[in-house]
Design a protein around this ligand. Structure first.
Ligand code: GDP
Ligand code: CA
Length: 484
């Protein structure tokens, strides 16, 4: 899981990506350097005071580059506003849209590059050289596409039916003036920026972070080719709900959802994106633990769902959300689960190897044959070493002993992928190794996962598991004993 592509708006997308990078860089210790691409909404862009402003690109760049104002969620830390005050004194600019003095430098450099004929992609790459965001930032398009709001009521100098810039509706009116529709001006002439489609098609995992589904992710999806790329990529597409307990967290996304006729709930937004099985975009959708009642409805609609804490309260909490997304991505899609075929000939069955040949394997295989071992655990990364798919429920495997003789056929009766910290006592007990607590179970498994044999197998001499390491919990039953 090293190539990850994210479709992001501003604050929600930026915060999520920061946690994602934290997980990939520090916690997961997966083989290979992570390669993260963020495709950023540029529908909020504007020309203001003669400058090109890209609110979402800058929020992502400053957040990942360590320059963001944490309190605001946008703009620079240690900011002053002397230039804005001077522009206001001339009666120019948007009084309700302040550009800080430090932030203005970014807009001046970007505008300078654009005026000298560079594309927005090239200007973004140039600005990123200073900020070192740790990910490739791509604007969704190099063409200027501007989200406008058609007002459904009068407001100040505007009359119902007028189109105004999205940021005016959002910042000046705090989304309180009813909106009839969102219009993407310039869409007809827009194409995806270089690298955008490839980043989706060549990813190992695509993430729809908790960004505004209408005016952030929805805007990106409208760019020709992007929706189709999400539909056809071999990567899993996993989304994180921006709605918790029926409310938009920090923001007014509910006003946008109301305009397109989608209820403000984790369930409705998941169904709005839809299952890839049925022509939609999602393989999986994380909802907050308070929205657990949505999980069976989402799964019935063909979307793998899990309820976990979704508050991005700090970077480690956000990293945990991404770890959960990795766990959901590892599960076979719902349709594959139902299609497992238990009827193969024994000779064609894959081999299940427990530990490495020797004492430990003999003990584990003995417990399987005795029926006392009905669960087993692997780290997810072990499957990626040989690009092995996870076992599907109903699939069968041949168990071999230390001399590599076939001794039994087992059937997988359950597969879950969870964070290591979330392994439960039932699973630990059913390992059949005499564990009476999760802590004991974990100590035993850590010794194995940190062994020289395992580190050599994974090809990472520092491989170390943490609470956030995704682990595959399998349940099984013996269906036949073989006599070697
Ligand atoms: P914007 O362009 O700055 O509006 O940012 P985005 O579109 O990327 O994200 C805004 C959305 O992030 C908001 O509408 C919220 O629904 C969502 N959001 C913000 N904070 C959190 C959080 O802690 N958890 C979750 N799940 N969603 C959040
Ligand atoms: Ca935005």
């Amino acid at each position: 899981m090293t190539r990850v592509t994210v479709l992001a708006g501003g604050v929600g997308g930026a915060r999520f990506t920061r946690g994602l990078l934290h997980h990939l860089n520090t916690d997961a210790r997966l083989p290979g350097a992570p390669d993260v691409t963020v495709i950023v909404n540029t529908g909020d862009d504007m020309w203001l005071d003669g400058l090109r402003i890209c609110p979402d690109l800058d929020t992502v760049m400053y957040t990942l580059g360590g320059g963001i104002s944490e309190e605001q969620g946008w703009g620079r830390t240690d900011e002053s506003r002397r230039t804005s005050a001077e522009i206001a004194a001339y009666g120019r600019g948007w009084s309700w849209f302040t550009l800080g003095d430090l932030d203005l430098a970014t807009h001046i450099v970007r505008t300078d590059l654009l005026r000298s004929g560079e594309t927005l992609s090239a200007a973004t790459e140039f600005l990123s050289r200073r900020w070192q965001p740790g990910a490739t930032l791509l604007p969704m398009s190099d063409q200027f596409v501007e989200t406008n709001v058609r007002l459904a009521a009068d407001a100040d100098e505007h009359t119902a039916g007028d189109l105004i810039h999205f940021e005016e509706w959002w910042v000046r009116y705090r989304a309180s003036v009813p909106a009839a529709e969102f219009v993407q001006v310039g869409l007809a002439d827009a194409v995806a920026a270089p690298g955008v489609i490839d980043a989706i098609l060549n990813a190992d995992l695509v993430i729809l972070p908790p960004s505004n589904p209408v005016v952030s992710v929805g805007t990106i999806l409208a760019i020709p080719g992007i929706r189709e790329a999400l539909r056809t990529t071999t990567a899993r597409v996993i989304g994180v709900s921006p709605i918790i307990a029926g409310a938009a967290v920090r923001g007014m996304a509910d006003a946008c959802l109301a305009t397109i006729g989608v209820e403000t709930s984790a369930l409705a937004v998941g169904l709005h994106y839809g299952s890839r099985r049925d022509g939609g975009l999602l393989d999986g959708w994380l909802v907050d633990e308070t929205d657990a009642q949505a999980v069976p409805k989402l799964e019935a609609a063909g979307i793998r769902a899990r309820a976990v804490p979704l508050w991005m309260s700090d970077v480690p909490a956000t990293a945990r959300i991404f770890a959960e997304a990795v766990c959901v991505a590892a599960l076979p899609p719902i349709e594959l689960l139902q299609a497992a075929e238990p009827e193969e000939e024994p000779a064609e069955l894959p081999i299940a190897e427990f530990a490495f040949p020797g004492q430990l394997r003999d003990k584990l295989v003995g417990a399987i044959l005795a029926g006392t071992k009905t669960s087993t655990t692997s780290t997810l990364v072990e499957y990626s070493v040989e690009d092995e798919p996870l076992p599907a429920v109903g699939s069968r495997q041949i168990v071999i002993d230390s001399l590599e003789r076939p001794v039994a056929i087992i059937e997988t009766t359950g597969v879950r992928v969870v964070r290591l910290a979330d392994v439960d006592l039932d699973h630990a007990r059913d390992e059949g190794e005499g564990y009476t607590s999760v802590a004991e179970w974990r100590a035993g498994h850590e010794a194995f996962w940190h062994s020289d044999d395992m580190r050599a197998y994974i090809g990472n001499s520092d491989f170390t598991v943490t609470d956030d390491t995704p682990v595959v919990l399998e349940r099984m039953r013996v269906v036949a004993l073989l006599h070697p």
